[in-house]
Design a binder for this molecule. Structure first.
Ligand code: 7PM
Length: 285
């Protein structure tokens, strides 16, 4: 079965007929004063506008709680951080906004505030998340993670990483459909760096085309990740652009519909080359 090409993200459109860029929105930590908070929100809006100018198709807003090694935060803390921003952005920008969260309450509030996609690194395994996402009626990205953020990099193990990730994602797709989320609203992501060693990450990138058989669009986040740093000889995070671009191009060539990245303009340019070559195959000769 072929993947849907156009997603309706709460009234805003995401066209997946060619590889698209999801821009990661920087959320500078809020300071204690109201003045500080205003500045942080202003900076975030400015950054979102810049990513739109650079060709992003969707903006991902995260509350940090899901990041590797992160300490758990409460739903309230996460909402304080992202809801006002989503409200403002949704009113001001024409692109869909995705909310990077695993918590049911945050999903509900974010979608009420105008978010058009749920990006969940827990693949809706937290309590109430399946129900919240079904009611929200927006597309959902289901990401694979082995273990939990605090400990997942301690000794991850797979029989066959591509097979194991594929089986997990198929199970989560089935759970979603059983909970009333139509398959045409689902996206999957192998979760680079989430409970994976460098050899696991490389095998996943090499075998990415196998995940296309799941029949839903594929989202990939490799931008600036430690696998890029490791391959470049423990390169600092701000010096990983060229490596990240190579990985994004490879992922797009292997069928990724959405690339989640920090460096929007550079990735959009690189993906134009991939798109142009992919379009050759669409012409009937
Ligand atoms: C520190 C380490 C900070 C790692 C942030 C990260 C993904 C995601 C993240 C991904 C989807 C990052 C990660 N990664 N959501 N959220 N897929 N769907 O590099 O790969 O941004 S957090």
């Amino acid at each position: 079965m072929s993947a849907p090409k156009i997603l309706d993200c709460a009234g805003k459109t995401l066209d997946l007929s060619q590889p698209q860029v999801m821009g990661i929105l920087n959320l500078t930590p809020d300071s204690f004063s109201d003045g500080g908070r205003f500045t942080a929100r202003d900076a975030a809006i400015k950054h979102a506008m810049q990513m739109i100018d650079e060709g992003a198709a969707i903006i991902d807003v995260g509350g940090e709680s899901t990041r590797p090694g992160a300490q758990p935060v409460t739903a309230q803390q996460e909402m304080d951080r992202v809801i006002p921003l989503i409200e403002t952005l949704a009113g001001e920008i024409p692109l869909p906004i995705s909310v990077d969260t695993s918590k049911a309450e945050v999903m509900r509030e974010a979608v009420s505030a105008g978010a058009g996609m749920i990006n969940d690194v827990m693949a809706l395994r937290d309590s109430g998340a399946l129900e919240a996402a079904a009611e929200a009626a927006v597309p959902v990205c289901l990401m694979h993670m082995q273990g939990e953020p605090r400990t997942m990099q301690c000794n991850p193990h797979y029989d066959d990483v591509v097979d194991d990730v594929k089986t997990f994602l198929q199970q989560r797709l089935d759970a979603c459909v059983a909970s009333g989320i139509p398959q045409d609203r689902l996206i999957v992501d192998p979760g680079f760096g989430f409970g994976k060693t460098l050899p696991h990450n490389l095998a996943l990138l090499d075998g990415l085309q196998n995940l296309d058989q799941l029949g839903v669009p594929l989202l990939v986040g490799i931008s600036r990740k430690s696998m890029i740093g490791a391959l470049l000889g423990e390169r600092a995070v701000e010096e990983r652009l060229y490596g990240s671009l190579a990985a994004a191009v490879m992922a797009a060539m292997k069928g990724s519909a959405i690339l989640r990245v920090h460096d929007v303009q550079a990735t959009v340019d690189a993906l134009k080359i991939v798109s142009a070559v992919q379009a050759v195959n669409l012409v009937i000769k």
